[in-house]
Design a binder for this molecule. Structure first.
Ligand code: 5RP
Length: 230
């Protein structure tokens, strides 16, 4: 008699996709690296390939520290013209590869590194798959003096924006700015939404990744890693 296997935990699904992403890393090149708990699994797996790659461009101080601790060289984004691949997680991804990101407050650098890469490989567990973006509070990095003005603009769209706090103070990003988390939005046209919010004064980065959408998604599911291409 075989014992039924316990379903994989969310953490195990993250490990699975983190390891699966290694197949997209091009030997001899520099890889773009995102931020978050899923990417941490990828970084840990990447250590096994560290002698085969030149190094990484990182999207956050946290990822840089983890990469360096594992002996992986981190390059300044300004010294690298383009990357074959950028590997990162997401807070939500829809059926077209459009994403919401920024749960870890690293969205601005994530978008910059993603824009350098020919391919965005998104690694998620299946809890991140959505029909339409907007359930996860939308992160928006803002210049602090514009926060209230931007919050009013979201209110006019039906959203409620709050400043993300840490230890009783507004969280300060790696870029010295604040994050608004916007609840209550349903983003039916991610490309138009991203374009519109991007041009509001004081918005540094909106956490909708539609112009920098995923090219591939590796999704950890009960049935193993599923691959979606967009
Ligand atoms: C950080 C991000 C992350 O990719 C996103 O929050 C997903 O994180 P996790 O893998 O921990 O669920 O956008 O700014």
């Amino acid at each position: 008699m075989t014992t039924p296997q316990a379903p994989l935990s969310q953490d195990e699904l993250k490990t699975l996709v983190g390891q699966a992403a290694l197949q997209y890393v091009v030997p001899g090149e520099i890889v773009g690296v995102g931020t978050g708990s899923t990417v941490n699994k990828f970084i840990d797996a990447l250590a096994s390939m560290k002698d085969q790659i030149k190094g990484a461009v990182s999207s956050s101080v946290a990822s840089t520290e983890r990469l360096k601790a594992l002996g992986i060289t981190v390059f300044d984004a300004n010294t690298v013209e383009s990357l074959s691949v950028y590997i990162d997680g997401a807070d939500e991804i829809d059926g077209k590869g459009f994403m919401v990101k920024g749960g870890g407050a690293a969205l601005t650098r994530e978008k910059i590194v993603a824009a350098q890469a020919k391919q965005f490989v998104c690694i998620v567990d299946e809890s991140k798959l959505v029909e339409a973006l907007g359930n996860f509070p939308l992160p928006v990095e803002v210049i602090p003096m514009a926060a209230a003005q931007i919050a009013r603009k979201f209110a006019a769209m039906g959203g409620t924006a709050t400043i993300r706090m840490k230890d009783g103070q507004p969280l300060v990003t790696d870029n010295g700015q604040h994050i608004l988390d916007v609840r209550g939005l349903r983003i039916t046209d991610p490309l138009a939404f991203e374009s519109e919010v991007n041009q509001w004064p004081g918005v540094v980065t909106v956490g909708v990744f539609a112009h920098q959408k995923a090219s591939v998604c590796l999704m950890g599911t009960a049935a193993g890693v599923k691959t979606f291409t967009y």
